[in-house]
Design a protein around this ligand. Structure first.
Ligand SMILES: Cc1ncc(COP(=O)(O)O)c(C=O)c1O
Length: 510
């Protein structure tokens, strides 16, 4: 199969926020190529495509690409050889050139051959384990078209956001330079409370809302304040890997509870293992995607009340529901104050904003406010104030509407492109919300190998078995569709569908 060409890789890069559309195009192209050179995605000596063909592929004028190349020439990143084109001329410092993650060449068509883990075509030892995010390897931050968990924040209204931030900085209220007291900036907590009442049927008073630096910190706070070392926590199986990490890091014993079509499905045996905490994603099970049924919700709430356990409801992506009515929160059904409801701005705004919120049962508000302040000393009140304006002025709602449309379209295109995998015995799980879908395999399939084969084509997807707690019984792929540009998703989806079919056939014959 033809390997992705430099221009495709550049197009993916240019859609990222570090190359915002408001930058002149020649500057964006220059930055993207310069970055590829300094990070050795393009190593010294490799030949760049002609400015004419690159301009055509990128849909830009040749002058734009020429200006970018001129700047690269002026700064010594590339050298022109009369009659034979432009070559990367930049020599890396020694420690970089020893880096094993280096691509070796472009083939004559300008296709990247043997690209590294960092780059387009990952090595076969590519990180398919979701927890690889927790290591420090730079490749873990390299996003590819189907990387689960990566959203397209290039569509975020940055200009507007900057204006709102600037407005706060101009007014310079000294209170906003302090750490965040009393659960966070009050107008933001009020806006969140209004939003949750209407959109998520959460039952709350403003005082119960606490601003944290995202769900990871919220879970950490729950674990620290509500459990003792070695306490048992029920987690869904398969489970969100980052929640698992923070619960384990708090010395808790994870007890996996299987999920079925109705969500978390505790059995009689599970009920014998008494939890202090229950971590669940009822509106959209992570990663498999089902919605928890009314019966299961009741069961969990009653059980938590009888056992004195706490339920952590992680409602991470409910803004992106494409079909049917919005799913109400589990918290909204809770009469006994057992549910701690968690939300995040990582998906709707951008992950680096590191802002999320918790809705705490009334009896826990005081200890949680203290705990948050004493243990984590939160800040960023200026950003909280800008975010309150963003919500109050209606930008949050319109951004969600816009992105829901964009992601909904990408989901539809990806589903269509992946439909042929059914011919090889794979099952595409129905998906009416969220930012990823799951293709499930029979239990004898090596899903890690399938993900590796996708990585060899430059498509990063995760193996479902790596989300299992204990025995890796579930096999499949987690495929994110939020990041890939709409106009490329069918192309990449076709490649992935072929990889899946080919890999399953090979495995069946082996
Ligand atoms: C299940 C789940 N919960 C929460 C989050 C968001 O976490 P945070 O707010 O720490 O960025 C994610 C992000 O991918 C997620 O997948």
């Amino acid at each position: 199969m033809k390997q992705p060409v430099l221009s495709e890789w550049l197009l993916t890069q240019l859609s990222q926020s570090r190359f915002p559309a408001r930058m002149p195009n020649h500057r964006r192209v220059y930055e993207a190529i310069r970055r590829a050179i300094t990070e050795q995605v393009l190593p010294s000596g490799c030949r760049l495509p002609s400015t004419r063909s690159l301009a055509t592929d990128l849909g830009m004028s040749r002058n734009t690409v020429l200006t970018a190349f001129d700047q690269l020439l002026d700064e010594g990143y590339v050298a022109a050889r009369t009659g034979s084109g432009t070559y990367v001329a930049y020599n890396q410092p020694d420690e970089f050139s020893k880096n094993p993650n280096v691509i070796h060449s472009l083939n004559p068509e300008g296709n990247i051959i043997g690209l590294s883990r960092r780059g387009l075509i990952a090595s076969s030892t590519q990180n398919n384990h979701p927890s690889d995010h927790s290591s420090n390897h730079p490749s873990n931050h390299e996003v590819q078209p189907f990387t689960p968990g990566a959203d397209d924040y290039s569509k975020f209204p940055f200009e507007l956001w900057r204006r709102l931030l600037n407005r706060q900085w101009r007014m310079l209220d000294p209170a906003l330079l302090d750490s965040s007291h009393d659960g966070g900036y009050l107008p933001l907590r009020q806006s969140i409370a209004d939003y949750l009442r209407v959109s998520r049927a959460v039952n709350l008073k403003v005082d119960q809302v606490l601003i944290t630096s995202g769900t990871q910190q919220s879970i950490d706070l729950c674990a620290r304040l509500l459990t003792d070392h070695n306490d048992c926590v029920w987690v869904e199986n398969p489970c969100y890997w980052a929640a698992r990490r923070v619960l384990e890091a708090n010395g808790l014993q994870l007890h996996p509870v299987a999920v079925d079509n109705e969500g978390m499905a505790p059995t009689t045996q599970d009920f014998r293992v008494k939890p202090r905490l229950i971590y669940t994603t009822p509106s959209h099970q992570y990663p498999k995607g089902m919605v928890m049924s009314y019966g299961r919700r009741r069961l969990l709430l009653d059980y938590a009340q009888n056992q004195g356990a706490w339920i952590i409801e992680d409602d991470y992506d409910s803004e992106f529901r494409f079909e049917g009515r919005p799913i109400s929160s589990l918290q909204g059904m809770d009469q006994d104050g057992r549910v701690l409801y968690l939300g995040t701005f990582s998906k709707v705004m951008y992950p680096g904003i590191r802002l999320g919120y918790m809705v705490i049962p009334p009896q826990l508000v005081a200890p949680f406010k203290n705990g948050l302040y004493e243990l984590q000393r939160p800040g960023q009140v200026m950003i909280q104030a800008a975010l309150a304006d963003f919500i109050e002025e209606g930008h949050f709602a319109s951004h969600i509407r816009r992105m829901r449309q964009t992601y909904g379209e990408r989901r539809r295109l990806l589903q269509a492109a992946l439909a042929p995998v059914a011919n090889a015995g794979a099952r595409l799980s129905p998906v009416d919300s969220g930012l990823h879908l799951v293709v499930e395999f029979d239990s004898n399939v090596d899903d890690i190998r399938v993900a590796e084969m996708a990585a060899e084509k430059g498509l990063r997807v995760y193996a479902l078995s790596n989300y299992c707690v204990g025995a890796k019984q579930e096999k499949g792929l987690i495929i994110g569709y939020a990041y890939a540009a709409t106009e490329h998703i069918t192309h990449y989806g076709n490649i992935l569908a072929n990889v899946i079919q080919e890999s399953l056939r090979k495995q069946a014959l082996a």
